[in-house]
Design a protein around this ligand. Structure first.
Ligand code: ATP
Ligand code: MG
Length: 507
């Protein structure tokens, strides 16, 4: 059934008059049939139209308000109406989608999209990563949206949206979907301890959790999970990039100590050991010492160092190795960092991510081909990828953002404030999952760095509801509006499928 008629406009801004009663929504997908195929369009704006002049409209409304009279000048359905502005999205012909190049005919009808229109999306893709279902306005279509997970994870993902719009729900869905897949390992730094699901539904409930999920926590690990402890000897000066803001003399001192004392460099600073032929300002060493002790929760009693935090002088030597091994075996490793200060969380991430990248850099092409891609999931990403932080120098996360994809190491960055991330890095994040964003500058930063032209989607993004998103990706042929399923339902439905398959007997 026709929803409206094309009446005028230009490429990328087609004006459609809505048939009365057929509410057209912002973000809705519509189709016009032409001899060259179907033209898929999306609504980006709605305006009023009327046959009456502004003056007459004012007069009619005045009479209604002041005189209480019901004047009808022409048939109301003809008199006033709504005009939708549409942008061309795709041309679909013979189940193939191509970039749009033509306009629909004058007065051609536009209609609702149906599942059949998207048969071009049902092609089987490698390492399918399920994101959600296609959406037209607020209506969900029974068309699941998949992207090639290996490509998507290695070329970085940005998940952004105002608080409460469903970033964590989406991340849980993604993790749930890849737990049993062999093409990727996930390292999750979890500052809210929400993904494993200690006290709620989470990754622990996956059928493959035992074999494929590792959970590290500093407080009472559940059975089968591990205590989070790192050995101080494994820390190197570069791990502190982006964690502590050292001055130049302080950085030089750190490196000098590392060079002189190797693995014992931190304890040597604490004990204020001398380095041959080098003299530092007393103040420099005192500041470094104090900061290291604070950050790593170390205490000094005469000549003995005691460890109060997760960094230990003796324990935890195998932690990094175990984590990296799990990641290389395509596991999901979740680190509960909820008890740590921001700096400590980033230091831990930096320790492991550096090891992962180093390891992958040392593999040759053939070896790397057999390895799973590893994605580092980081919440509040501007803490490590923000302009302000990067002005002070690079850290491992910005290194991964710039060159990780060559080595199959990617970032999954979650944030409410994409505008704080430099444009070069934003542009390098080749898949953006955009949830509702209220602040204009944040939308602008995304629109300017998206893989598809989203220049008319500002209103669309602002009006996204909880669980609604737009996926802009180098690996998709259009910016796909999706509805993200609620995690609990995804798990429940998945489980039902599992049980049905398990029973396996047809009545
Ligand atoms: N896809 C969805 N379907 C239905 N409801 C959802 C969906 N996503 C989120 N919600 C609802 O919104 C709430 C907040 O979601 P979530 O915790 O994922 O937000 P967030 O973006 O991570 O917020 P924050 O920035 O505070 O971390 C959820 O508890 C849930 O009730
Ligand atoms: Mg969240």
């Amino acid at each position: 059934m026709a929803k409206g008629l094309v009446i005028s406009g230009e490429f990328g801004n087609i004006l459609v008059r809505e048939k009365s009663g057929n509410k057209i929504e912002l973000g809705e997908l519509l189709i016009a049939e032409t001899s060259e195929g179907k033209i898929l369009m999306q609504v980006f704006d709605l305006v009023y139209g009327s046959q009456l002049s502004q003056q007459n409209l004012e007069l009619v409304s005045g009479l209604r308000l002041e005189e209480d009279s019901e004047i009808e000048l022409i048939d109301p359905k003809l008199r006033t109406y709504i005009l939708s502005k549409l942008k061309n999205v795709l041309t679909i012909k013979n189940e193939k989608a191509t970039a749009p190049k033509t306009l629909p005919n004058f007065f051609s009808e536009v209609r609702d999209v149906t599942k059949k229109d998207f048969s071009f999306m049902s092609e089987k893709i490698k390492n399918a990563l399920y994101l959600g279902d296609l959406r037209s306005g607020s209506k969900k279509l029974e068309v699941p949206v998949y992207l090639d997970g290996e490509k998507v994870f290695s070329h970085h993902i940005l998940i952004c949206g105002t608080t409460g719009r469903g970033k964590s729900v989406l991340m849980s869905n993604l993790l749930w979907g890849v737990i049993d897949k062999e093409y990727c390992g996930m390292l999750v730094l979890d500052p809210h301890d929400e993904y494993y699901g200690r006290n709620k539904l989470g990754m622990k409930d996956h059928a493959k959790a035992k074999e494929k999920v590792d959970y590290y926590t500093p407080r009472n690990p559940p059975p089968g999970c591990k205590h989070l402890k790192f050995n101080i000897k494994q820390l190197m000066p570069h791990h502190f990039n982006g964690v502590v803001d050292w001055s130049d003399p302080q950085t030089q001192a750190l490196h000098a100590y590392y060079k002189a004392y190797k693995k014992e460099w931190i304890s040597s600073i604490l004990l204020e050991k001398e380095i041959e032929n080098i003299k530092f300002f007393e103040g420099t060493i005192a500041v470094i010492k104090r900061r290291l002790m604070q950050l790593l929760k170390l205490e000094l009693h005469e000549e003995t160092i005691s460890c109060k935090g997760i960094f230990d002088m003796n324990l935890g030597e195998g932690t990094i190795k175990d984590i990296v091994k799990s990641l290389e075996n395509a596991k999901t490793v979740i680190l509960d960092t909820s008890e740590f200060s921001e700096n400590v969380e980033i230091l831990i991430g930096s320790l492991i991510a550096s090891e992962v990248l180093d390891r992958y850099k040392n593999y040759n092409f053939e070896e790397l081909k057999k390895k799973p891609v590893i994605s580092v999931v980081i919440e509040e990403a501007p803490r490590v990828l923000g302009k302000e932080v990067l002005e002070k120098g690079h850290n491992i996360f910005s290194t991964i953002a710039r060159e990780g994809r060559k080595f199959k190491v990617g970032l999954t960055a979650i944030t409410q404030l994409p505008s704080l991330i430099p444009r070069t890095i934003l542009a390098n994040m080749n898949t953006k999952i955009i949830l509702g964003i209220e602040m204009k500058p944040e939308r602008q930063a995304l629109i300017e760095s998206a893989s598809q032209d989203l220049s008319t989607d500002d209103r669309n993004i602002a009006s996204l509801d909880k669980g609604e998103a737009i996926v802009s990706s180098n690996f998709a042929n259009f910016a796909m509006p999706i509805k993200i399923p609620f995690f609990d339902l995804l798990v429940k439905n998945g489980k039902q499928e599992y049980i049905q398959n398990f029973n396996g007997i047809k009545p």
